[in-house]
Design a protein. Structure first.
Ligand code: PHE
Length: 330
């Protein structure tokens, strides 16, 4: 008896324990065989004999149950230990993405102007005629609207063709002085090697009391900004036209690829056009109820900047979601 208890207590596995159960309580187990001897036990001893056997049976059954519980717990702990996930282990196989060059360029430009204390403003992508055109001195049927191939919705709303409507929204809700940029998505019906129907612009607007903001201020900010973005480049202001600025200019930098000698990217001109700018037109101030103010504005295409910074040839490749392109920007 004690030797069985000892064996049970020392059982090393559930399997061994089960074998011990069969050896003691099983069909041919030692205790079962003892019970079979009942028949030949004299009547007056039967009761004591049976009681004794039953006690032994209870002791062995309890010992097996207790040991079983211990072994099961051990097995579970072992299993949990084996299946533990080490979240701190480094996986060399893991592939990770990279910031898209357009987003990266956008972030860089935003950070630059935030450092100059420009606020970041946002506006809706679905605009109305007033904010996208009318208030920007682009009356209906004005030929300058043709500069922007617009996506119109059935309900007379439209997808904004530029970030300039954020100028209007900001001036309608805020007072001067205003120093803001408006980064965001814009849409035009155009698709070829240098145009996609969706692209990104960053708008800037500075407005203060009359005569406080000049073209010289604009020029200074832009030259500093473009040299920050493109390094040691020359900057050229070319007279141009936008309905919402007067005077207006398009701004070129000396070609970052040929340093101005002339190459395929700059069409042999030595110059690359990078943005549009000007002094805010009086009619724009009138449309938002501003009087005696002065201001400048400019707008740039983020994709164009990204392409020049990273030497990307085809604008469309920025939107093809090909991970091989992104892989180059890790
Ligand atoms: N909104 C103009 C465009 O989309 C860019 C621009 C903005 C020009 C502000 C001048 C001033 O082309």
């Amino acid at each position: 008896m004690t030797q069985w208890i000892e064996k049970i207590t020392n059982a090393a596995s559930l399997e061994e324990l089960e074998n011990l159960r069969i050896d003691t309580l099983g069909k041919k187990g030692v205790l079962t065989l003892e019970f079979a001897k009942m028949k030949s036990v004299p009547n007056e001893e039967k009761k004591a004999f049976a009681e004794n056997l039953n006690t032994q049976k209870t002791i062995i059954t309890d010992a097996i149950e207790a040991k079983k519980e211990i072994l099961e717990k051990e097995a579970l702990n072992k299993k949990l230990e084996a299946e533990k996930i080490d979240v701190t282990r480094f996986n060399n196989e893991m592939s990770c993405g990279a910031t898209h060059p357009v987003v990266e360029t956008m972030d860089r430009i935003i950070r630059y102007f935030q450092n100059l204390n420009f606020a970041v403003e946002e506006g809706p992508l679905v605009e109305d005629d007033f904010h996208n055109f009318e208030a920007l001195n682009l009356p209906k049927y004005h030929p300058a609207r043709d500069m922007q191939d617009t996506f119109y919705n059935k309900d007379y709303t439209l997808l904004r063709t530029h970030t300039s409507p954020v100028q209007i929204r900001t001036m309608l809700t805020q007072n001067t002085p205003i120093r803001m940029i408006a980064p965001g998505t814009v849409f035009r019906r155009d698709f070829d090697i240098t145009h996609t129907p969706m692209f990104h612009q960053i708008e800037a607007l500075v407005v203060d009391e009359a005569d406080k903001v000049s073209f010289a201020n604009l020029k200074h900010v832009l030259v500093e900004f473009l040299q920050h973005m493109f390094g040691d480049v020359e900057v050229r202001f070319r007279p141009s036209f936008f309905p919402f600025t007067e005077p207006s200019a398009e701004v070129d930098i000396s070609c970052v690829f040929c340093k101005g000698d002339g190459c395929r990217v700059c069409s042999q001109t030595g110059w690359l056009e990078v943005l549009g700018c000007g002094i805010v037109d009086e009619n724009v101030f009138k449309a938002v109820g501003y009087e005696n103010k002065s201001g400048y504005a400019f707008g740039l295409g983020v994709e164009r900047f990204a392409m020049l910074i990273h030497n990307i040839g085809d604008l469309r490749s920025l939107f093809e979601s090909d991970t091989r392109l992104l892989g180059q920007f890790k």
